[in-house]
Design a protein around this ligand. Structure first.
Ligand code: ARG
Length: 586
């Protein structure tokens, strides 16, 4: 049961009975009322249709209302001919009942399920996963969960950067002396140390820079020792990354990194050259414009000083090596041919925008136009100084350190506010709050906006935070610990009755859940679901304060218990779609 959809059908039926012509039924819509005082929904259909029918809009509205056959709402007419619909308490109660019985909690299912590849996280091996990757990791996991909940087939692929110039440096430093013990305990940190020592040394010494380059060439030519070192680097990195993913509750179906496509690149580039997409330029092989689009819309053109010039995409460098772009084209082929993907979502920093525009353009020209490629971009995380977040030493902050800091901040709040008894319980609550607060803060912002990373604010119990939602969930559940098991087992939503305004309001908020999940995918905006959950939580607290549960009796008590139970289920489910687990006590 979807109240606005059903109401719209009732409205269309009434319109038909009036006999006015409806040129475009799709334009007849029901919208949520701005002010609940007048009703829950509104329609301007009478005003839209009156003029061509040469009728008075208010009179037409009256006619529609008289002919409307709906047990969902009471109607009224306002202003020049708006029809207001006030959903009846009985209709809300029925919705609560159906939602409570539905394992999917009234989240709608798509009519046509698609295969969607979510390309997210994708850090670079032997370079640490830094805070910039956090946005991709968290947004990608959430969008994957939501798409699969709505009924799509989701393939989560971690396209790690496991092939590239950094391996020359790491291999060189590895041969200078690798700390085997550190590799076992803290692989990412040791690989980072190697990378940094080579990178620093090669800045000071040309000979070392050249030595690093030679190590890379040897690797690319298949040198056995270098290949073995590279393999260990990748394997250790995966181990280190998995520790972080476990902590974040993130998982993948595949880890097809850049190196997985090595064998496809030479034949691909040959095809690009033979079919005339690519040609040599300054010793490199480059893709150029297809000359099919106006220059303004052509990602292979750029305007310099008022003149449109070529902006090629390199697919083979001067030294013969293939690159990021070449690999990404091969990856599109693989996802289309092997996985029959309908869509690929690339959750990647906005700075890579032109790379993806070029990738999508060439993919279409190559005939891969059955696949819908989408770049889901995001902005920057800022420090309190308003500049991109850095550590005190000026480095990019490491994700693991950021999570540790968040847990520390959460631990202080837990020490002060928690009712838990043992230190172990408090520690694990702090881990849950810390990690999930980072996630919630990320998702609660519009993905394109930059936001200031403020640990104390995000772990606070008050505000638009994860702990506030946790507290709401725990509060809704707490009541059930005070009941006899027989009352819990006997609870039914069959005969509930909504009488108080706060009861009706929480029912109204619960009914909005399905659409709040669905709209996330319209423009890939998890923040809409975050906003909804916060609003639901606020409605719940108002209800809980206005309507005593344990002191009430009979139908009223049953109604209120059902509302508490359903609210807790929606909160838990909505958070799980964001990738967030809830505590049972706090
Ligand atoms: N490894 C890249 C980076 O850290 C992101 C890869 C994104 N995915 C892709 N298919 N290009 O910037």
């Amino acid at each position: 049961m979807n109240i606005p959809i059903q109401l719209r059908q009732n409205l269309l039926a009434a319109l038909e009975k009036t006999g006015v012509t409806i040129p475009d039924p799709a334009r007849i819509q029901i919208s949520a009322a701005a002010d609940l005082q007048f009703g829950d929904y509104q329609s301007n259909a009478a005003m839209m249709l009156a003029k061509p029918a040469k009728k008075n809009p208010r009179e037409l509205a009256q006619q529609i209302v008289d002919l409307l056959d709906s047990d969902l709402a009471e109607t009224s007419i306002a202003g020049p001919g708006f029809i207001n619909f006030k959903i009846t308490p009985e209709a809300w109660a029925k919705h609560v009942h159906l939602q409570a019985q539905d394992a999917l909690l009234s989240v709608p299912q798509v009519t046509e399920s698609q295969t969607i590849v979510v390309d997210f996280s994708a850090p670079n091996v032997a370079k640490p996963m830094h805070i910039g990757h956090i946005r991709s990791t968290i947004i990608g996991e959430c969008l994957g969960r939501i798409a699969s909940r709505l009924g799509h087939q989701v393939i989560k692929d971690n396209h790690i950067g496991d092939w590239g110039t950094q391996f020359g440096m790491v291999t060189w430093a590895w041969k200078q002396g690798v700390d085997e013990a550190a590799l076992e305990t803290a692989p990412l940190q040791e690989l980072l140390r190697l990378y940094r020592s080579a990178s620093d040394a090669s800045k000071e010494d040309e000979a070392i820079k050249e030595a690093c380059r030679q190590e890379l060439v040897a690797l690319q030519q298949g040198d056995a020792e270098n290949k073995a070192i590279w393999e260990r680097c990748v394997e250790l990195s995966k181990k280190g990354l998995n520790q972080i993913y476990d902590r974040l509750g993130v998982s993948f179906d595949h880890w097809l990194g850049e190196s997985a496509y090595n064998d496809q690149l030479a034949p691909l580039v040959e095809r690009l050259e033979k079919e005339g997409y690519a040609r040599e330029s300054d010793g490199a092989l480059c893709l150029f414009s297809g000359e099919e689009k106006p220059p303004k819309k052509d990602p292979f053109k750029i305007n310099r000083d008022g003149e449109w010039q070529d902006q090629p995409m390199i697919v083979r460098k001067q030294d013969g090596a293939f690159n990021y772009a070449t690999t990404d084209i091969a990856t599109v082929e693989h996802r289309l041919n092997e996985w029959k993907a309908d869509q690929v979502w690339y959750i990647v920093d906005f700075r890579q925008g032109s790379h993806f525009e070029q990738l999508f353009d060439i993919s279409t020209r190559l005939g891969y136009d059955q696949i819908n490629l989408v770049h889901i971009a995001f902005g920057t995380i800022l420090g309190k100084d308003g500049k991109p977040l850095k550590t005190r030493a000026g480095d990019l902050p490491q994700l693991a350190d950021v999570l540790d800091d968040a847990v520390k901040a959460a631990r202080a709040v837990v020490a002060e506010k928690s009712h838990l008894e043992t230190e172990e319980e408090k520690d694990s609550l702090a881990e849950l709050i810390g990690v999930n607060s980072v996630k919630f803060t990320e998702l609660a912002h519009h993905r394109m906006s930059d936001y200031v990373f403020d640990l104390d604010k995000m772990v606070a119990l008050e505000g638009d935070t994860a702990p506030y939602l946790f507290y709401s969930y725990v509060r809704a559940r707490s009541i059930f610990r005070k009941l006899e098991q027989s009352e819990i087992d006997g609870l039914s939503s069959e005969n509930i009755e909504l009488t108080e305004a706060a009861e009706i309001h929480i029912a109204r908020m619960l009914a909005r859940y399905g659409d709040s999940v669905r709209v996330v995918l319209d423009d890939f905006r998890p923040n809409l679901l975050c906003t909804y959950l916060l609003e639901l939580a606020r409605a719940f607290h108002s209800f809980f304060e206005a309507c005593p549960v344990l002191k009430s009796e009979g139908t009223q008590r049953e109604t209120r218990l059902v509302l508490c139970d359903l609210t807790s289920r929606v909160l838990k489910d909505g958070l799980s779609l964001l990738g967030i687990d809830v505590p049972e006590r706090m």
